[in-house]
Design a binder for this molecule. Structure first.
Ligand SMILES: NC(=O)c1ccc[n+]([C@@H]2O[C@H](COP(=O)([O-])OP(=O)(O)OC[C@H]3O[C@@H](n4cnc5c(N)ncnc54)[C@H](OP(=O)(O)O)[C@@H]3O)[C@@H](O)[C@H]2O)c1
Length: 334
């Protein structure tokens, strides 16, 4: 049985990844930390492995003893990362520096896997040009606008600088699905009969349903592809208006539309950030998130990986949202 290590296994994408890998017959090690929530990691087939990315030496020792007992991993998916934080410096620390520590520990313990998948983000390259409306492509020059995007790009640059390291970098666009917390805020707002927009109802967006993403990641882990980077979307372009119309019809709600000027949203984001910081947490709408969600063009060409793996997306936004909203309803969250 082939062995796969999935980091960030306790999170939204990570828990789906673990399930997909088990379904595809992998022996799965779920990388977590002591404090991680294990609600979605209860399948007895899962091996839990605690990783402290801040401590290269402890990871090295762990990989050495793992190798003695079980050999090296066939594939590693480095999915752990932060998308929001109180301290902006933490973006670089966790997304970039910890990725370095992790890979250095693998190299020092001579545990390089056959495939290392790094889960980056469209934010490492985007947004796209607002004037031309052109999508980001593999030929685009990276232009991240947030600390998050910059940290993901730095991690990518480190990985691509390595020699004899069999990586695939995947840059998903916005990922939605059950268990997710940020898009859920929009579902809940519409459920409260409010349809809100920042500046315009016609931002250009791309999406990916979590189960399609995890299918791609696990297929890439077993593939012969190496040293390539890809964007991933469900292959369609959408507008914020289309997104809201779908959610409204799935929730069967009538709404009042509010279009907020960007400056107002920026002030709300700033105020919420200050208020939440008192309780040591970060709101979904924060100043870093504002930078990204206020951009008009998040289009990207995300088809190449589907072709290379001879797979097709199973979900478009309508079918993915239906499954997602059904799950929230079942959980009495909507
Ligand atoms: N969601 C999206 O739309 C999207 C789009 C593109 C790319 N991505 C990328 O996909 C990955 C997963 O995102 P997600 O949406 O699933 O986020 P998530 O639900 O917040 O999960 C993040 C995971 O990373 C772990 N993690 C965070 N900081 C860590 C640290 N210091 N040490 C060890 N583990 C740590 C978390 O562990 P704990 O449970 O212990 O906190 C959690 O398991 C991230 O790398 C993100 O950048 C996400």
């Amino acid at each position: 049985m082939k062995k796969i290590l999935i980091t960030g296994a306790s999170g939204f994408i990570g828990s789906f990844l673990v399930e997909e890998a088990l379904m595809q017959g992998w022996e799965v090690w779920a990388g977590i930390r002591l404090t991680s929530n294990k609600t979605y990691l209860t399948n007895p087939a899962i091996h839990l492995i605690e990783l402290d990315f801040s401590n290269k030496e402890s990871m090295k020792e762990l990989f050495v003893s793992f190798k003695q007992k079980s050999g090296t991993f066939d594939a590693i998916v480095h999915n752990a990362g932060i998308t929001k934080t109180q301290k902006k410096h933490d973006f670089d620390l966790v997304n970039h520096q910890y990725t370095r520590n992790f890979i250095e520990a693998l190299l020092l313990s001579e545990s390089t896997p056959k495939k290392f998948i790094y889960i980056s983000s469209l934010a490492a390259f985007g947004p796209g040009n607002e004037q031309t409306g052109q999508p980001i492509t593999l030929m685009s020059i990276p232009n991240p606008i947030s600390y998050y995007g910059k940290s993901k790009l730095r991690a990518e640059q480190y990985i691509t600088s390595l020699t004899d390291f069999p990586y695939i970098i995947l840059r998903p666009t916005g990922v939605y699905g059950p268990h997710e917390k940020d898009y859920f805020v929009m579902f809940r707002t519409i459920n409260w009969h409010l349809e809100t927009y920042i500046g315009t109802a016609f931002q250009q967006l791309t999406f990916l349903y979590v189960k399609d993403l995890t299918r791609i990641i696990i297929a890439a882990s077993a593939s012969n592809i190496s040293n390539k980077s890809y964007f991933i979307t469900d292959g369609n372009n959408y507008t914020t208006k289309e997104f809201s119309v779908l959610v409204k019809s799935l929730l069967n709600k009538k709404t009042i539309t509010l279009v907020f000027p960007k400056a107002i949203v920026r002030s709300i984001a700033w105020t919420l950030e200050k208020l939440y910081s008192v309780f040591g947490s970060v709101p979904t709408l924060n100043t870093e998130k504002y930078k990204e969600i206020s951009c008009k063009n998040w289009l990207c060409e995300g088809g190449e990986i589907w072709n290379d793996l001879t797979l097709e997306p199973r979900y478009d936004l309508k079918s993915g949202l239906k499954e997602t909203i059904d799950w929230y309803k079942q959980e009495n969250m909507l």
